[in-house]
Each structure stands twice: as structure tokens, then as C-alpha cells.
Design a protein around this ligand. Sequence first.
Ligand SMILES: *Cc1c(COP(=O)(O)O)cnc(C)c1O
Length: 411
Amino acid sequence: MSVTAENATRQVIALAEESSAHNYHPLPVAIAHAEGAWVTDVDGRRYLDCLAGYSALNFGHRHPDLIAAARAQLDRVTLTSRAFHHDQFGPFCRELADLAGKDLVLPMNTGAEAVETGIKVARKWGYQVKGVPDGQATIIVAENNFHGRTTTIISFSTDPVARDGFGPYTPGFKIVPYGDAEAIERAIGDTTVAVLLEPIQGEAGVIVPPPGYLAAVRKLCTERNVLFLADEIQSGLGRTGATFACDHEDVEPDLYLLGKALGGGVVPVSAVVGDRDVLGVLKPGEHGSTFGGNPLACAVGRAVVRLLATGEYQARARELGEHLHERLAALVGDGVVEVRGRGLWAGIDIDPALATGREICERLAARGVLAKDTHGSTIRLAPPLVVDKDELDWAVDQLVAVLREVARERA
Ligand SMILES: *Cc1c(COP(=O)(O)O)cnc(C)c1O
């Protein structure tokens, strides 16, 4: 039986819906091929990718340097386990540590694992170095955070969809409003070992904290002997126009939690990066991962660090980001309630009377632009940093057209 171009998408979706757990609600687009900022679906339609795998694809799809690094490594060795050394591990750790200006790297695979690792390191540090009584370590986190999906991480989520029905919950977390340094000051006590924050909250809708917030948190943490853990899994590695979002306030956290773009869109690679006095608390056997720091991951991670070391991607994000935000700001009052963000990263609140974020994203997809809604009426734009100005303008033009279209239909 031949599959006509018309129904290839429908068939792909039908099989997925019939055969997989429904823990996602994807847009009805079935991708078969991708290059740079563009993807092609199974029916041959092309789309500009303005989500970039939630920033896992900062360097675009199949960046030639990243694919070359992966190919070369595939022909050598892909997995050794950490029971042995391999020749990509040390160089990856050294090069990533140097990029972050830190001593040491602990590689894992997914973002959630990097966060879990950060939590374990902070607790161990609290008991061993700070002298917190055993079992009493507390970590301060922010409302509307997103740090991943493990049972411990969702224990301190404030999103009922992410949390409800998955208890009992891990204790040891204190939740304060985001963007309020005084709330953190009030929350710090003798058993506080860490403050864990996203420098910009991604899943919450690209929430940029007030100027001075990160610097104030840094100062507080230093004064009160508390670790500052920056979850830069989505905000880091070029997205905001700097290597790390913390750089915008000249803030250096004690631990960087990295993921997503660290794997170049090729393999899952995450890492915790910090100095010896903190990451050095772990001893053999206390933490680990079968796949963490594997040769393929390290080879791709090294190629990612090389791309970032040029500064080219950060500069693109900064310059194109300014242009993007200028254009988006002009839409406020015209179907758009508010726009937030930094660099090539924008949260756009659509007037809820006009349409849901989902509806806007479906209409954008029909016009060849892939974006994703979050929390009702917010849509998020985060194109690969290899996008060019004309493509970006075209994507914004499609958004303008969609807003006009729904306004006309609702009138
Ligand atoms: C995506 C994300 C995570 C979780 O990463 P996974 O690889 O999906 O486990 C954690 N923190 C932030 C800020 C993220 O955006």
C-alpha cells in the first residue's frame, strides 16, 4: 500500500498516539529531516524551528562541526563506563571547566540528573563543610520553577500539573517568590545549604527577574555561607546573548547546572560545574551514572565548547535578540499583552480573549513556524542561534499575520 504525501503525517501521528503514553500533547507536525534552523516534515513541508528543542538545539540541527565530532567518535569508541578512563573525558571536563571559569566538571546525561547532582552535592557540602546537623539540610527554591521531572524535583514544583498525584514528596525545600531577594534573605536559616534558581525562568514563560536580583542573591549567599546553584540548563550556552545568563549581572554561581545545548542536539549531555571546595566533597561510589561522561557525549560536548569559545553564537543571540525584541515590543497592545526575554528568547503573552497559546502555535505551524505554548496564553520563541535576520523577520511576520487572522475571526 502506498502512502500518499497527504496522509504521511496523519499515519505517523496515529501510530504514536496508539502506541505511546500520552505524557505530551505535540503539535500535529511529524518531522523527518532537519538542517540548521529548518525542519522538513514527512509530507515534505518546511518549517522554521523557533523552539530549538527547548534550547537543546542552540547551534541548529546537525551543525556540521557537531556531526563531524560525533561521526569521528562513532568510528572509535562510544561507551566505556566510568569503570575505565577514556581519552575524551579529561579534555571535555577541562575545556568545559575553563569555559565556565571553574575547577571541576561532573558530567551526567539529562538536565534533571544535573539538578539532582547539584542537590546531592549541596547537601553533602552542607554536612561536611558548613556543619549542618545530619538530615536537616534545606535548599531554597523559587515559585514557578522548572528543574525537571524526577520525584525529588517535582516535590518542590509549584505547578499542580507537574506535582499532583506523585507524592510522597521529598522534604528539605523552601519555596519563595521569584525575583525577590529579600524573601530569600528571610528564608535563609542555619540549616540552609543552597539557593537553587533559574537565572531566567524558562518554562514559567521566560520570566526575567528584576535587575540586580541575581547579584543580590550572590551577595546574600556569600555572606550567609550558602551555595548559589544556577540552573542554566535552558538559559545557558549562548541563548541570552552571553555564555551564561548569570553573566549579564557579572554573577558567578557556586555551581552551574548545564544540559540541553551541551549535547549539541546530538546526544543528551549534562554537567555540574564548580570549584574544588564544593564539587570535591564527592568521594568514589557516592554518585555516578552509567552513561555520564561517555566518549560520544564528551566528543560532542567538546565540539559544543569549541563553538561557544568563539563567542560568535553569543554575539548572534545578542544582536538578533535585540532586533527580535524590538519587533515583538511593537506588537504589545495589538493582540499581545506582554513580551519578556533576553537574547534570542522571548515569552509572548497573547491576549487571552483572542486565543490560547496553543491555538496561536497551531496557526503558526500551518504557516511554517514551529513554536510552543506554555501556561495558557504564553508562547515561547527560541530559534536556533544560527537563524538569520531575514528568517527571524519572516517568523515575526507570520505571528503578526496569525494575530490579525484571529482578531478578524473573533471580531
Ligand atoms: C529542561 C530543563 C531541565 C530538565 O532537563 P531534562 O534534560 O529535560 O531533564 C531542568 N532545568 C531547566 C531550567 C530546564 O529548562
